[in-house]
Design a protein around this ligand. Structure first.
Ligand code: THU
Length: 126
């Protein structure tokens, strides 16, 4: 079902700017309208300014007026499944907390979670 999104996330790793950690993350974000946005982690010599791949893809979509997400596929250079960090879970849940989160090791090795299950009880201003 998510074959294309999975392979696109693997390709997106090539856009990573990660000279400090040498840890590439690639993301393919699918909107509810079927459009794919790409993201990769962008690091900075002032380390804490680094932006995760998930948030790069999300802000590209949002500023293209696409705020509803169906799924996000996340690839990395790790031999383990790379889960999105807490900040990215909160950020994605701002827009679509029912989305699928696909952790990708290879085209055939992946796991699918619901964002809600990875990030229950999100912070809300209410
Ligand atoms: N990173 C992501 O891109 N997404 C995450 O969810 C966690 C971590 C990046 C940030 C940094 O460039 C590298 O992985 C190592 O922490």
């Amino acid at each position: 079902m998510y074959e294309k999104l999975i392979s696109e996330s693997l390709k997106a790793k090539r856009f990573s700017h990660s000279p400090y950690s040498k840890f590439r993350v690639g993301v393919a974000l699918l909107t509810n309208k079927g459009k794919i946005y790409y993201g990769a982690n962008v690091e900075c010599s002032s380390y804490s300014l680094t932006i995760c791949a998930e948030r790069v893809a999300a802000v590209k979509a949002i500023t293209d007026r696409q705020k509803k997400f169906k799924a996000v596929a996340i690839s990395s250079d790790s031999s383990e499944f790379a889960f999105p960090c807490g900040a990215c879970r909160q950020f994605l849940s701002e827009f679509s907390d029912n989305m699928d989160v696909i952790l990708v090791k290879s085209k055939t090795k992946y796991q699918i979670y619901k964002l809600q299950n990875l990030f229950p009880h999100k912070f809300k201003l209410k």
